[in-house]
Design a protein around this ligand. Structure first.
Ligand code: XMP
Length: 494
């Protein structure tokens, strides 16, 4: 049983995901019967038990939107000024599937060279024109490819070429209504305006063709996508938090590498008394004692992991931390008994690790490196030695700390900055639209092998000892991976 392997409170050895292997159970259902619904906080459920890390190379609005559309949750990082983080949260909260909520806008006094620059950067024409070139201002025209095709002189003003008689649609409008209007008017772009004729969003014919349903979406009662954001635990983080709440954030993560601090407990109590409806995730913790302190303070969820992330050097630098399987098991067995879900944060490198985290009692996993190479992660792809890559860096790397993330490591006042993370690259993972379904399907196969249809069944079987786990020797771990080949091609999904 799990208790025998992890040794309860008398444990002297720590184990991580690769140290253990799960023995198969009996299958009496098809893989399509598996569901992955789980909780991320006391009050928030997810259909996909994945959370994206609040890191500046992982989660901004685009990632948070994609995660929520696929049933997970994104936590917007806070290595940026308050107003920028608020803007990212707003983008998620106001996002409407199929609607472009932050279109590029021009002003009548812009020139055709400005238009060329937009085309060069974003690859399309069909730019709405407002009185002052801003969104939420009066719409005065639209400039399309046909308006400018035969214009040799690029110093001509947009005002003199744009189409002033614009076909628009007024809010409130559903995607289906917009679709019908686009089909009707045969235009490429349809600006959405409010009752005062101000530009609110844009609908594009090409996007509409791509628009699809997201049946797993994580949505609030209002219909908006759920959004998380991270903040620190210093007194001035209360100002940041208030602004995020104003923008509609649903869940806040108190971001610290060592969560059992007076700063975090004070912050939790303050949030709970000031914003009783806001869900608060505390952490990070790796022991029951730390978990008890934060649960007593009032957290709704706990983030577990210290020094196990792919970019972390905390265990090397500070000697503190815990192998992740032991940490998840120890904290989850206690926190779950108090009704607080656990997020296994860091060290996830494959679907097997996710299944093991859930089997050990985690309600979901938080991932950094797994998601950093997707299209939705911040930053551009680039090639190195023929491989398409994106940058990924620890929030404790010197590069990230120089932008403010040193607060996570209680180091913002320190004269000497000590790195607790590194900066590197990860390979291209493609869009979340293909990557998340692959991860979900891999996990479903694992559940089926274990003979469990869902997380409840997994938890009760693990607790009763019906799910059996063994430790693996180093040779067994080697045997469990690809071995004995001269070379091979790793393709993970099709
Ligand atoms: P993965 O393994 O998913 O880990 O890439 C992501 C998690 O790692 C933590 N994190 C850090 N830990 N130094 C650390 O010790 C760092 O620089 C650092 N940056 C991120 C964080 O918990 C994240 O979710």
């Amino acid at each position: 049983s799990l208790g025998e392997v992890f040794g309860g409170s008398k444990a002297h050895s720590g184990y991580t995901y690769d140290d253990i292997i799960v023995l198969p159970g009996e299958i009496d259902f098809g893989v399509e019967s598996v569901t992955l619904e789980s909780k991320v906080t006391r009050k928030i459920s997810l259909r996909t038990p994945f959370v994206s890390s609040p890191m500046d190379t992982v989660t901004e609005a685009t990632m948070a939107i994609g995660m929520a559309q696929h049933g997970g949750l994104g936590i917007i990082h806070y290595n940026m000024p308050i107003e920028d983080q608020v803007a990212e949260v707003r983008k998620v909260k106001t996002y409407k599937n199929g609607f472009i909520s932050d279109p590029v806008v021009l002003a009548p006094h812009n020139t055709l060279s400005d238009l060329d620059a937009v085309k060069e950067k974003y690859g399309h024409y069909g730019i709405p024109v407002t009185i002052d070139g801003r969104l939420h201002s009066k719409l005065v025209g639209i400039v399309t490819k046909r308006d400018v095709d035969f214009q040799e002189d690029r110093s001509v003003l947009v005002d003199s070429v744009m189409t002033k008689d614009v076909v628009t649609i007024q809010e409130p409008v559903t995607l289906a209504q917009a679709n019908a209007r686009l089909a009707d008017c045969k235009k490429g772009k349809l600006p959405v305006v409010n009752a005062d004729g101000e530009l609110v969003s844009l609908i594009s014919r090409t996007d509409l063709r791509k628009a699809r349903d997201y049946p797993l979406s994580t949505v609030a009662a209002s219909g908006s996508l759920l959004c998380g954001a991270a903040v620190g635990t210093r007194p001035n983080d209360r100002i940041r938090l208030a602004a995020l709440v104003e923008a509609g954030v649903d869940v806040v993560v108190l971001d610290s590498s060592q969560g059992d601090s007076c700063f975090q407990k004070d912050m939790v109590r303050w949030i709970k008394s000031t914003y009783p409806l806001l869900q608060v995730i505390g952490g990070n913790v790796v022991t029951r004692q730390q978990a008890k302190h934060l649960i007593d303070a009032g957290v709704d969820g706990l983030r577990v992991g210290m020094g196990v992330g792919s970019i972390c050097t905390t265990q090397v630098v500070c000697a503190c931390g815990r192998p992740q399987a032991s940490a998840v098991y120890a904290v989850a067995s206690y926190a779950n008994s108090r009704g607080v879900p656990v997020i296994a944060d860091g060290g996830v490198g494959n679907t097997g690790h996710i299944i093991k985290a859930l089997m050990l009692g985690a309600s979901c996993v938080m991932m950094g490196s797994m998601l950093a190479g997707t299209d939705e992660a911040p930053g551009e792809y680039f090639f190195q030695d023929g491989v398409r890559l994106k940058r990924y860096r620890g929030m404790g790397s010197l590069e990230a700390m120089s932008q403010g993330s040193d607060k996570r490591y209680f180091a913002s006042q320190a004269k000497v900055k000590v790195a607790q993370g590194v900066s590197g690259t990860v390979p291209d993972k493609g869009p979340l639209a293909t990557y998340i379904p692959y991860l979900r399907q891999g996990i479903a196969h694992g559940f089926q092998d274990m003979g469990v249809r869902d997380l409840d069944e997994m938890t009760s079987r693990a607790a009763s000892g019906a799910i059996r786990v063994e430790l693996r020797s180093p040779a067994a771990q080697k045997e469990g991976g690809v071995h004995g080949l001269h070379n091979y091609v790793l393709r993970t999904h099709a």
